[in-house]
Design a protein around this ligand. Structure first.
Ligand code: NAD
Ligand code: DAU
Length: 374
């Protein structure tokens, strides 16, 4: 029997973290220690199936708590770290960037220092195999016009406070490799979708709003483009980058799947029309709703809204042999079915401060569009 290696993951109770923890534990190769502060974006139900699993340890705590992080390194002696913990929603960073600077910049710096102290003290053979895998985003590269792709050689040009905080964290990771030799690898991925995504993000927000007959708020004229990847494909690439990525390098990850926002919302509506027709939902039938697309509303745009993201993932394919496996139509259907089948998870995610956020982010947009159209 192969002995499992222990890895530390931060932010393992969020959207991508949940999918990554499950992939690592189910691979049979790893025991996972998940450090997560359980902010609003985490859902304790997401990993409930791993409760009691001897290959999964949950630790509630903040990545900025250096003493705690150092004690986890000492106690569990991980062979490496997957760093995902972050504030991740662009619109929230526009309202208030403070938490983004704290967690994404200061928190990443703190993780780097704790990892460096642990790594420095490792015996030579373990030192050479240790990895600090930093999960980042394509938003650090800014915005594309009609043509071109982001890749590992694209210059950084972050436009939102969120993107700026992730860019800063990438720079610190790079600097810790260059200056101290810390064995780091960075991944810069495009928009993820799939199960367990908090419904402040576009795809789950549209699914859940549609099912409860609420407006589907499309920013601007809906022509902004995002390059969507199924979350399990992203997690597969992150695992490979951890295991085989070249030290000090970055990997751009995407599934070659550009979608205009308005087309994507229409696709969600059409799948929902098929699997949960409004005529079969009493309160929607009473309102005479025939298709979910009738709920689409164009609302005031996101300030500084990046126009287009698209990834050239040739390097990760060439060097690591990675390729996306899930087609968009199948992945979107699977995602919608997952939200329909998990009402308890949805209820937990949409309770607490969620309604306050929805009010804060959408009330002014609708008012502004109404005023503009008068
Ligand atoms: P998420 O918001 O769903 O989850 C973030 C997790 O981090 C939550 O569980 C939260 O509790 C935890 N967390 C936040 N602050 C913390 C702190 N100070 N200490 C400990 N834990 C903390 O985010 P996600 O969408 O899963 O993204 C995960 C990572 O992947 C982020 O670094 C993000 O920048 C990056 N990323 C996301 C996407 C995407 O499309 N979602 C794409 C590319 C990269
Ligand atoms: O590209 C990777 C990034 O993708 C990650 O780094 C971020 O963590 C993740 O949140 C995501 O950022 P986006 O801003 O692209 O994702 P979001 O789901 O918020 O929005 C997707 C697109 O949909 C974007 O063009 C804005 C638009 N949108 C979003 C919301 C929430 C709407 O039109 N209406 C909405 O209500």
């Amino acid at each position: 029997m192969i002995r499992r290696q222990t890895v530390l993951i931060t932010g393992g109770s969020g959207f991508i973290g949940t999918n990554l923890v499950r992939l690592l534990v189910q691979s049979g190769e790893y025991r996972v220690v998940n450090l997560d502060a359980l902010t609003y974006a985490a859902n304790p139900l997401s990993l409930a199936d791993l409760d009691g699993n001897q290959n999964y340890v949950f630790v509630k705590g903040n990545i900025m708590d250096r003493e705690l992080v150092s004690s986890l390194f000492t106690k569990y002696e991980p062979v490496g770290l997957f760093h995902l913990a972050a504030e991740s929603h662009v619109d929230r960073s526009i309202v208030n960037a403070e938490d983004f600077i704290q967690t994404n910049v200061v928190g990443t710096y703190s993780m780097l220092e704790a990892a460096r102290a642990y790594w420095n003290a490792l015996p030579v053979e373990r030192k050479s195999t240790f990895r600090f895998l930093h999960v980042s985003t394509d938003e650090v590269f800014g915005s594309l016009g009609e043509e071109g792709y982001f890749s590992e050689v694209t210059s950084y040009a972050p436009n939102s406070p969120y993107a700026a905080s992730k860019a800063a964290s990438d720079h610190f990771v790079r600097a810790f490799h260059h200056t101290y030799g810390l064995p780091t690898v960075i991944t810069n991925c495009s928009n993820n979708y799939g199960p367990y995504q908090f419904p402040e993000k576009m795809i789950p927000l549209m699914i859940l709003n549609a099912l409860s007959g609420k407006p589907l708020p499309v920013y601007g004229n809906g022509s902004n483009v995002r390059d969507w990847i199924y979350v399990e494909d992203h997690c597969g690439a992150v695992k490979l980058a951890f295991e085989k990525g070249k030290l000090g390098e970055a990997y751009a990850i995407g599934a070659n799947n550009e979608q205009k926002n308005i087309n994507l919302v229409n696709q969600i509506c059409s799948i929902l029309d098929d699997i949960a027709p409004p005529v079969e939902i009493p309160q929607l039938r009473e309102r005479g709703l025939k298709s979910y697309s009738e709920l689409i509303r164009f609302v005031a745009d996101r300030p500084g809204h990046d126009r287009r993201y698209a990834i050239d993932s040739a390097k990760v394919t060439r060097q690591l042999g990675w390729q996306a496996e899930v087609g968009f139509e199948a992945g979107l259907r699977r995602t919608i079915e997952w939200y329909l089948s998990n009402p308890k998870w949805v209820e937990h995610a949409s309770s607490g401060s969620y309604e306050d956020w929805i009010e804060k982010n959408y009330a002014w947009r609708e008012e502004r569009v109404e005023k503009e159209s008068k």
